[in-house]
Design a protein around this ligand. Structure first.
Ligand code: ADP
Ligand code: ASP
Ligand code: MG
Length: 411
């Protein structure tokens, strides 16, 4: 029988009524003749609540113990869902990550899946059971509980779908698919019928939280057909696939944004070989990831150097940069942690000129100043003042007419 893996996010299992509703959906897929493996998140708000409890004891709790705590959220929902299934006469078994051996590395709070022992799952499926697996968690070689980072249940589902060679991995959530941008920010945003793995990966990396980045990486690598759909309404959702010949392709597929970054600048550093490495070396040694980098053209013998980091790393990076500035006698260090990054993504950009010009014009017309720019083959990102984030996203959505279906435009 064909296997289908379904993942239900926090809102979809946010109350007992909703868990009963999920049980109804799962049962109906069973009746359609599928073997079903279900992955669930913790009830909405639960993971945040647990993190807050830990923080009341220690602002940075031991990562191992945090994982023991966080994994409990998903243990609640697997049990409740299995009970709801059994009540409906649908045999079910729940398993924690450790029980089905979702083997990960030992990087607590951001572990990566290495291997899955699918034998037990197959055995249950053969006996006609629905298998309910806790998302977001695994176990390392020493038997320690690990978690996969926020949004990690998506990755659990895709990894299971890959291991079980499922026909499809369905991600059920509170929106009915992947939109041209977050529909909470732009109500006119349009659902996409399809999007390529490449574009979805960019959108996820640039801040669209609808799918965890690693789940998209995994799906692309193992060619898992991945679909995002609503738990609350019927519909086709959005299919994430490889680019296929003749696939209708908009120039821009979507707009992503994030407020998680901060900007640091060191002014008046000597313009000579080794400067960039001297600035970024200590930053890298402190395990701080750098995103955008700009070095100005020198007018005299000095230059300005700007880069962005995650907002949580801002204070740490500032201390390191001040040390550097003192050592080399740079003029000044400045910074801003109230910035936002807005990015346009689309594989169609490869063959279209003028996208950047249209983007910059649309922002200029709203009086939004661009602080930094970075481009790659299928994306353009700009950094702007955080207070212009929503305005900027809406202006770009309109400038590129993303609310209109390109297929109908050309028809
Ligand atoms: P779940 O709890 O089901 O995992 P998430 O909150 O992680 O749900 O992801 C769904 C949310 O992602 C939506 O409610 C929506 O606000 C947000 N989102 C951001 N960007 C997009 C996008 N491009 N398309 C759809 N949803 C998006
Ligand atoms: N419960 C975890 C979180 O809130 C994992 C998930 O929902 O995917 O991040
Ligand atoms: Mg999620």
């Amino acid at each position: 029988m064909a296997i289908i893996v379904q993942k239900y996010g926090g809102t979809s299992v946010g109350s007992v009524e909703r868990i009963e509703h999920v049980a109804e959906k799962v049962t109906s897929w069973r009746e359609r003749g599928y073997d079903v493996v279900v992955v669930v998140s913790a009830m909405s708000g639960e993971t945040n609540r647990l993190i807050e409890l830990a923080r009341q004891i220690d602002a940075s709790p031991p990562p191992r113990e945090l994982d023991v705590l966080l994994s409990t959220g998903e243990q609640v929902t697997i049990a409740l869902l299995s009970m709801a299934l059994e009540k409906r006469g649908c045999p079910a078994r729940s398993y924690t990550g450790a029980q089905v051996q979702i083997l990960t590395d030992s990087a607590h709070n951001k572990a990566r899946i290495r291997d899955i022992d699918d034998e037990r799952i197959h055995r249950d499926l053969e006996q006609g059971r629905v298998v309910v697996v806790a998302g977001f968690q695994g176990v390392d070689e020493e038997g320690n509980i690990t978690t996969l980072g926020r949004g990690g249940s998506d990755t659990t589902a895709v990894a299971l779908a890959a291991a079980l060679k499922a026909e499809e991995c369905q991600i059920y959530t509170d929106v009915d698919g992947v939109y041209t941008t977050d529909p909470r920010v732009v109500p006119e945003a349009r659902r996409l019928e399809r999007i390529t793995f490449e574009e979805m990966l960019e959108l996820a990396s640039l801040g669209s939280k609808v799918l965890q980045i690693r789940s998209v990486e995994f799906a692309g690598k193992y060619n898992v057909p991945l679909r995002v759909l609503s738990s609350f309404e019927e519909g086709e959702g959005t299919l994430i696939t490889y680019e296929v010949e003749g696939m209708e392709q908009a120039v821009i597929s979507g707009i992503a944004f994030n407020r998680d970054e901060a900007k640091l600048t060191v002014l008046g550093v000597p313009d000579q070989p080794g400067v960039a490495s001297a600035i970024l070396g200590p930053i890298a040694d402190a395990n701080i990831e750098v995103d955008m980098i700009i070095q100005n053209v020198a007018e005299d013998s000095t230059t300005d150097f700007t880069f962005t980091v995650h907002r949580n790393d801002y204070d740490k990076a500032m201390v390191l940069l001040r040390n550097f500035a003192r050592e080399v006698g740079a003029k000044e260090v400045t910074g801003d942690n109230r910035i936002a990054k807005i990015s346009l993504v689309g594989v169609g950009m490869r063959s279209h000129a003028g996208i950047a010009a249209t983007m910059f014009r649309a922002l200029a017309e709203e009086g939004i100043n661009i602080q930094m720019i970075s481009t790659s083959e299928i994306k353009i990102s700009v950094v702007v003042d955080e207070k212009y984030l929503e305005l900027g996203v809406r202006a770009l959505h309109e400038a590129f007419a993303l609310d209109k279906d390109p297929k109908q435009e050309t028809a």
